[in-house]
Ligand binder design. Structure first.
Ligand SMILES: Cc1cc2nc3c(=O)[nH]c(=O)nc-3n(C[C@H](O)[C@H](O)[C@H](O)COP(=O)(O)OP(=O)(O)OC[C@H]3O[C@@H](n4cnc5c(N)ncnc54)[C@H](O)[C@@H]3O)c2cc1C
Ligand code: FES
Ligand code: FES
Length: 1261
């Protein structure tokens, strides 16, 4: 029987088909079969990077060894034949010593929740080893397009990795975490350097096709094209797939698995590259191999245009995808899905490349790409593409416009190739567009029209643009930017191409011809630290940093399954409003390995994951809808199966008949306000009456403002594992709120609370999304475990998580203001609405007003706030809930006042701030001076006056963030007599914010012992019962407060011993206390009885942006952020909180969009369509500083909270962009006197809409 052979961290593995199925990815194999849990996964589609591993493999063409990163979620395990795979466990560990990549990342504070971290390390490790440790700073910075980190804001990760660049001085100056953990020689890492040494199992003599029989499917490994056709002749061609890099399923997840798979990745003929006249590229070349060839060939005059192709391919996908994804696979996808925004197709079509196909009769055909699209690939292999040499009479430009800087498919991509004579008259042209519609790839009409025309004449330009405007009719796809936006960009790109090619243009237009170029990013972090206080106020790395960087840190579902364990997946409703009539589970239960289907009827106790016995929760929400469906994607059933993928697949096979209500889903606040049942959808939350009214109104301002919703995008999705114990059950939950999970699970199973253990080691990102909402996954998992009497694991797929679980609440404001000439508010009427989804739980409706009235003098403001019900999942808290809305609206109002009064926006803010916040006014003045604000504004004015098609904006925003303490957090501290070491556990949840490190510092400081003596274990409901959710930024402080109380109690107990001893070292005191029977365990709790007083967190932030007017793309050139952190408990951790928060805020305001179909279905439900910021979206120059000499007199130990406040400052970016948009509109002849309304978020689409481009302004002279 044929076998697939490979190694994992040096261990040989031999697989036959009996072990696996078509669903078994390398990731599944590593985690579920080998128990290597350091490699994580989230999206399973190449879009997040959590799953990256390193592969050493032999190139079938050159026989050389290469080290590359791959997404283990996309690679099928049977594709790994003859690979040497290194996982994070093989790179370094506590036992074998850490690799310097791991320790460097840890010491740079590049890990917070840690869930993304192994993926980052493995991508860097592969790059570093693969390049023989020769990487430039730029290469490093640009190579992480596929790694998402929602916590850190990327800066520290990039900084850490850039120290390994060959072109940086920093390389020699770095100290790693030697003090924290001795770095031993990592034996396994050195082995990888020896890549030239023997390959144990590559058998060059035996290259016969491998035939692997799976249960009902077959996998063939072909070594020649002939092999492929032999297999097809034998198996038939009715149901087969070729597998090259297998990344295509990341874009188009298959709905059915094929009967036959043929792995073509080792066919050397498909890697052949040659130059006759053309450059011939084997279709099996990966996109990265193709780029390397382009880099070489661009030196040749006839192929100098490949420099642009190289740059364009840099923008395609991400490094691990491009390491295995092939050009043949990309073209086949375009062939199969005409609307696929293929960049490979656009590039090749621009230069009239051809494709060579070979069929089963060994007949080869060479066809042009346009014909290729209408050619069936059934029974044919793409052998190669031929790229022609082109002289410099071909003027070529290609472009890709994306919703974020990297790793996104094109909103529009385009290629222009003008073949001109010596007078620049057009002989022929190729005008290629992608992502316009399934049928529109070339502007043939315009190409024809241009023949014989002078390329660089205003007349030609005018006529071509007018014709293009008619010709381009973008397809209306609701999940994509609008046809208006696509057309405007397509026209802008045409103009951009001509501007860039033209030998002479109006100097004001020159910069329109270039694209925005992002320099290497940098950051400065300025803070003071008082050494006399150390370890308090000391910038120490997180206690868990090294274990997170090595994948040793485990999360809720990082458990190796036992033989009887089940994996659970939700069945989600596929209607929005109606009732369940019946389930038909026949197809689902037929699949071998599917264990059971469960519905609401199988819940023994209360069918609600919300318990009103727990504070803050008002309404019950069903775990599984018993009858009524309230939103599209609501959980209605559960499938339990022996593997996760099987459970997910079977869940999709459950057929549900519904009685659909005859009502249109209400999906937005405005729809709710106009709905026939409006009165049932609105709840008044707050009414504030003005206590004063000014009588100097000279200007009246009216308007509305929308703050978008946002998906939390935790790298660890909602997940839970439930095991049976002798007393009851043990729930390992990814939750921010142990108490809610505890009560809800016990009630749903009808168990006494003392038989349900809940514990949390850490969570992989939460941001509010795992507070109340985590109880859904926990209860569902518990129901399955209970019903089946087996251990159960539930890890929600990203799409399920996005459909079933609520998100940040959108908010809508309507306002009318009267102001005097100085900008002082005379009266204000503001009404706002907060979109709660289908239940009022977790509403921000009341709290928004608290932030609105916290900073400015609002004595003249009338405010009414409402919560609104819509037919969507019940929304919830998301980092800085309510405060984001409250700050955004008041800062927007300040911008509007400044506009109408023509006063400086900073002065307008200051004049409306009452004297109790004078500290903030001082901060603004210092900030402006420190950041050269006025000079930079003057420079920007000059820049905007001299550049028509690039604009800059620089704006400043402030915050006064209210910190409010609430409820219980407990701490238990145990001291061990034999060595005096200290172990803590507390009721806060470590979710990346560094709470464990901070409280260990507080403990060490209070007990006056070295920090190295203190460790912190995970939280559970035995040591921390009845604790409130870790939320509102205050958990670290509240737990720190309890820690001080507990330590003081311990010190009190030890004091008499200390007095007795001559040299009372800590160890001696502890030992003596033990001998005397003194209890060395203490606990304490912070609660409302402590009367902790809240306080404001002040902040000032400016952002400078650079906008490409013709495409709507922007770069954030610089951000300065000054925050009053008090005397930070740990400045490095607080810098991390501030940067991470701010960057998550950037996503809210610029690139993330939740778009619903009219039937209530979320359309942007995966990494392909939902775009949080990536590593190259952050400010190029990112400067964080803490207020100097600041000690918080309220708070705890002089510090202030940092987890959320900086999020609200991110709104500054849209103010700066607004300025740039207004400047841009002038170039199109708009003479705006009124405020220019721009829809939020400031996505490419809304920026373009705001600018409203008009081709009449596009001229050369
Ligand atoms: C996260 C992500 C981001 C991406 N971003 C972009 C982007 O920005 N721009 C862009 O253009 N693309 C993008 N892609 C698509 C990517 O380029 C393709 O997935 C990749 O090139 C496909 O190659 P593959 O070898 O993995 O194909 P596979 O997945 O192995 O195969 C895909 C299809 O092609 C067929 N096939 C493969 N090779 C051949 C052949 N030689 N002859 C005939 N049929 C063949 C297979 O049968 C299958 O139907 C992205 C993909 C991912 C996962
Ligand atoms: S899980 Fe593989 S890239 Fe997201
Ligand atoms: S540390 Fe990167 S996602 Fe949490």
């Amino acid at each position: 029987m044929d076998k697939i052979n490979f190694t994992v961290n040096g261990e040989p593995i031999s697989l036959n088909g009996a072990d696996v199925s078509p669903l078994t990815s390398l990731n599944d194999y590593l985690r579920n079969y080998l128990g290597l849990l350091g490699t994580k996964a989230m999206c399973h589609e190449g879009g997040c990077g959590a799953c990256i591993v390193s592969v050493t493999k032999i190139h079938p063409g050159t026989n050389e060894k290469h080290i590359i990163a791959v997404n283990s979620c996309l690679v099928h395990v049977l594709s790994c034949h003859e690979w040497e795979i290194t996982t994070i466990e093989g790179v370094g560990s506590k036992k074998d010593g850490y690799n310097s990549l791991q320790s460097r990342l840890a010491s740079f504070n590049g890990t917070q929740c840690g869930y993304c971290t192994p993926g980052w390390v493995m991508n860097m490790y592969s790059l570093f080893e693969g390049s023989k440790k020769n990487l430039t700073t730029r290469q490093i910075e640009r190579s992480f397009a596929g790694n998402i980190c929602r916590c850190t804001g990327y800066r520290p990760i990039l900084d850490a990795f850039k120290t390994f660049a060959s072109d940086t001085e920093a390389r020699n100056e770095i100290k790693d975490l030697e003090e924290l953990d001795k770095i031993k020689c990592a034996k396994k890492c050195l082995e990888v350097d020896n890549v030239g040494d023997g390959w144990c199992f590559v058998d060059h003599n035996n290259r016969n096709v491998l035939d692997i029989k799976m249960d009902t499917n077959r996998w063939y490994k072909a070594f020649s094209v002939d092999d492929v056709f032999k297999v097809l002749a034998k198996e038939g061609t009715d149901n087969y797939s070729l597998v090259a890099g297998n990344t295509g399923r990341g874009v188009y997840p298959p709905t059915n698995e094929s009967r036959v798979y043929i792995d073509i990745s080792s066919i050397s003929a498909l890697k052949d590259t040659s130059i006759d006249a053309n450059l011939v590229l084997g279709a099996g070349l990966s996109l990265n191999e193709t780029m390397a060839i382009f880099q070489e060939q661009m030196k040749n005059d006839d192929f100098s245009y490949l420099k642009q192709f190289y740059d364009h391919l840099e923008l395609v996908a991400n490094v691990p995808v491009k390491n295995v994804g092939t050009i043949g696979g990309n073209l086949a996808m375009k062939n199969n899905h005409p609307y696929f925004a293929s960049d490979v197709y656009v590039l090749l079509e621009t230069v009239n490349a051809t494709v060579t196909l070979e069929d089963m009769h060994s007949k080869t055909t060479e066809i042009h790409l346009s014909k290729f699209l209408s050619t069936s690939l059934k029974d044919q292999i793409i052998m190669n593409v031929k790229i022609p040499p082109l002289s410099n009479s071909h003027l070529i430009r290609t472009y890709k416009i994306m919703p974020r800087a990297q790793n996104a498919h094109a909103i529009v991509n385009a290629g222009f190739n003008f073949h001109v004579d010596e007078n620049h008259k057009i002989l022929t042209s190729n005008i290629v567009y992608g992502s316009i519609s399934p049928t529109y790839n070339r502007a043939i009409n315009i190409e024809n029209m241009l023949k014989g025309q002078p390329l660089f004449s205003d007349e030609t330009l005018r006529t071509a643009l007018a014709k293009l405007q008619e010709d381009i009719v973008p397809f209306a796809d609701p999940s994509e930017p609008s046809p208006f936006c696509k057309k405007a960009i397509a026209l802008g790109l045409f103009y951009k191409a001509i501007l860039s090619l033209s030998p002479s243009v109006n100097p004001r237009y020159v910069s329109g011809g270039s694209e925005l170029v992002r320099p290497i990013s940098s950051g400065i972090q300025s803070y003071e630290t008082d050494k006399s206080m150390w370890p308090l106020n000391q910038p120490v790395p997180k206690l868990e940093a090294l274990t997170q960087c090595s994948g040793e840190a485990l999360y809720a579902c990082d458990q190796v399954s036992g033989p009887r364990d089940v994996h659970v997946a939700f069945v989600l409703s596929t209607i929005c409003l109606g009732e369940i009539v019946q389930f038909d589970t026949t197809e689902a239960l037929k699949l071998p390995g599917v264990v059971a289907f469960l519905s609401a009827k199988d819940i023994p106790g209360k069918n609600s994951f919300i318990s009103k016995e727990v504070p803050w929760q008002e309404f019950e929400e069903e775990i599984l809808a018993s009858k009524k469906i309230s939103y599209y994607g609501q959980p209605i059933g559960l499938i339990a199966a022996v593997s996760r993928k099987l459970a997910i697949m079977a869940a999709g096979l459950v057929k549900v008949s519904y009685k659909k209500y005859n009502t249109k889903p209400v999906l937005s606040i405005s729809e709710a306000l106009n709905a026939p049942d409006k009165k049932n959808r609105i709840r008044e939350e707050v009414t504030i009456q003005a206590t004063d009214k000014g009588n100097e109104t000279t200007h009246t301002i009216k308007g509305h403002y929308y703050m978008p919703d946002q998906y939390h995008f935790t790298m660890e999705t909602q997940s839970c594992r439930v095991e049976h114990t002798r007393r009851g059950i043990r729930v390992l939950s990814a939750t921010q709120w142990i108490d809610l999970v505890h009560v809800a699970v016990a009630r749903s199973l009808d168990l006494p609370l003392n038989s349900v253990d809940v514990s949390v080691a850490r969570v992989g990102g939460a941001y509010g999304g795992k507070a109340s909402r985590s109880a859904l996954a926990a209860c569902a998992c518990a129901v399955a475990a209970h019903a089946l009497n087996r251990a159960a694991t539930l890890v929600m797929p990203l799409t399920d998580n996005m459909h079933a679980v609520g998100k940040r609440q959108a908010a809508y404001f309507e306002y009318e203001l009267g102001v005097n000439d100085d900008g002082v508010i005379q009266h204000a009427d503001i009404v706002y609405y907060s979109d709660c989804g289908y239940s009022y739980n977790d509403t921000s409706g009341a709290e928004i007003a608290s932030t609105m009235t916290y900073l400015y003098d609002t004595s003249r403001w009338n405010i009414k706030g409402y919560s609104i019900l819509t037919d969507k999942a019940s929304n919830t808290w998301c980092r800085a809930p309510a405060t984001t809305e409250g700050t955004a609206i008041v800062e927007h109002l300040m911008e509007r006042i400044s506009h109408i009064t023509k006063k400086d926006p900073v002065d307008v803010r200051k004049i409306n701030i009452p004297s109790k916040h004078d500290k903030l006014k001082d901060m603004i003045d210092t900030f402006k001076m420190d950041t050269n604000y006025n000079d930079r504004r003057a420079e920007i004015e000059t820049y905007n006056a001299t550049n028509a098609w690039k604009k800059k904006g620089l704006q400043l925003t402030i915050m006064c963030y209210p910190i409010v303490y609430h409820r219980n957090y407990s701490v238990t501290i145990s001291v061990y007599h034999a060595d005096g070491t200290i172990l803590m556990s507390h009721g806060g949840i470590e979710m990346g914010q560094g709470i464990n490190t901070k409280v260990a510092q507080v403990c060490a400081y209070t007990l006056n012992v070295p920090l190295s003596m203190v460790t912190v274990k995970g939280s559970d409901n035995f040591v921390a019962p009845n604790n409130i959710a870790s939320s509102g930024s205050i958990t670290s402080e509240a737990v720190a407060f309890a820690t001080v109380k507990a330590c003081n109690e311990l010190l009190k107990r030890l004091e008499p011993i200390k007095q007795e001893l001559e040299e009372p070292t800590w160890q001696k005191v502890v030992k003596t206390a033990f001998d005397k029977g003194i209890n060395l365990q203490v606990n304490a709790m912070t609660s409302q009885l402590d009367n902790l007083v809240g306080y404001p967190v002040y902040g000032v932030c400016s952002a400078e942006v650079h906008l490409d007017v013709l495409t709507g793309n922007h770069i954030i050139n610089r951000v300065d952020l000054l925050e009053d952190t008090g005397r930070s408990l740990n400045p490095d951790i607080d810098v991390g909180q501030i940067e991470g928060s701010f960057v998550m805020g950037l996503g809210l305001w610029t690139s993330e969009r939740l778009i619903y179909d009219t039937n209530g279905q979320l359309l942007t439900n995966r990494t392909w369509t939902y775009k949080p910021p990536g590593a190259c979206d952050i400010p190029v120059d990112f400067r964080i500083s803490f207020s100097r000499n600041s000690i918080n007199n309220n708070g705890v130990l002089g510090s202030k909270a940092t987890g959320e406040p900086a999020f609200v400052l991110a709104v500054v970016v849209i103010h700066a962009l607004h300025e740039a948009i207004v400047e841009a509109r002038k170039e199109y002849g708009y003479n705006d006197t009124e405020w220019v309304h721009v829809d939020t978020p400031y996505s490419v689409e809304n920026i373009i809409k705001g600018i409203s481009p008009n081709i009449k302004s596009y001229t050369l002279k």
